[in-house]
Design a protein around this ligand. Structure first.
Ligand code: CO8
Length: 258
């Protein structure tokens, strides 16, 4: 897959998307988001891909939505075209696990893009923030909803209302990121985590992702019921037979992803 503002490539069973708009700190304009969408469509349709990593540069994962592109918008321009919101849900709807590997700035829409992913692995250089208030707008791609779920109401209010940035250590303490690694190890760590996931049974991985998603989108009882139904369904998989047989026979499982 060839794109202009991102690079999409395959590393074993992992699909890697690198945002590549260095002159604008990977600011997310329509074209960038459309290209991410197209790359995800390709990886999702490819049976040889089991997990996806989205990353940026050393300086910026993404410094937000493209401010220049929005600056002169009227209400109707934004509303009618659903500018950038219309194509943003693709990361969320991806059924395969997506890891955000974040170094440098993840601000505004960049932080929101990272939060749409399933796991955020941060370099020690990462800085997260929702500074939209400084521009006279508010987060528009889930920041006011996902951030409080990730880091608590108090910290989300603090970040969104004061526009201060949160470094990687604070983000890990607050629960936004799953691990912090040295900047020069970021991509290796993220790709290794993705390769581990991609080595497991893809349908089981998808079931786990969907079930954990339920924890955020439904009440406890409904979530538990969903988990139980999906757990029962796992016994229909060849990979369940293989995984348990391998354990009993003390050998490595050979998952066929069915
Ligand atoms: N949009 C467009 N261009 C940008 C952006 C951006 N978000 N961020 C940086 N750039 C450009 C700069 O204009 C500059 O371009 P040029 O060299 O042509 O002047 C280049 O990138 C380098 O940036 P700086 O010179 O500013 O680099 P610094 O190292 O001094 O600062 C910062 C880096 C701190 C990241 C700084 O650039 C900055 O504050 N950027 C803006 C951050 C921001 O406010 N982000 C929020 C944007 S609004 C948003 O994301 C809304 C999301 C909700 C809608 C989502 C739709 C669904």
């Amino acid at each position: 897959m060839t794109f202009e503002l991102i690079i999409a490539e395959q590393r074993g069973r992992v699909g890697l998307i690198t945002l590549n708009r260095p002159q604008a700190m990977n600011a997310l304009n329509d074209q960038v988001v459309n290209e991410i969408t197209a790359a995800l469509d390709g990886f999702e349709a490819d049976d040889n891909i089991g997990a996806i990593v989205i990353t940026g540069s050393d300086k910026a994962f993404a410094a937000g939505a493209d401010i220049g592109a929005m600056a002169q918008f009227s209400y109707m321009d934004a509303y009618k075209s659903e500018y950038i919101t219309r194509n943003w849900e693709r990361v969320k709807t991806c059924r395969k696990p997506v890891i955000a590997a974040v170094a440098g700035f993840a601000l505004g829409g960049g932080c929101e893009l990272a939060m749409m992913c399933d796991i955020i692995i941060a370099a020690d250089s990462a800085k997260f923030g929702q500074p939209e208030v400084k521009l006279g707008i508010l987060p528009g791609a889930g920041g006011t909803q996902r951030l409080p779920r990730a880091v608590s109401k108090a910290k989300a209010m603090d970040l969104c209302l004061t526009a201060r940035l949160m470094d990687a250590a604070e983000a890990e303490r607050a629960g936004l990121v799953s691990r912090v690694v040295p900047a020069d190890k970021l991509l290796d760590e993220a790709l290794a985590a993705a390769a581990t996931i991609a080595g497991f049974s893809l349908p089981v991985v998808m079931m786990i992702k969907e079930s954990i998603g339920r924890a955020f989108e439904s009440g406890l009882n409904e979530g538990l019921l969903f988990e139980r139904r999906v757990f029962h369904a796992a016994f229909a998989l060849n990979d369940q037979k293989e995984g348990m047989a391998a354990f009993v026979e003390k050998r490595k499982p050979d998952f066929r992803h069915d």
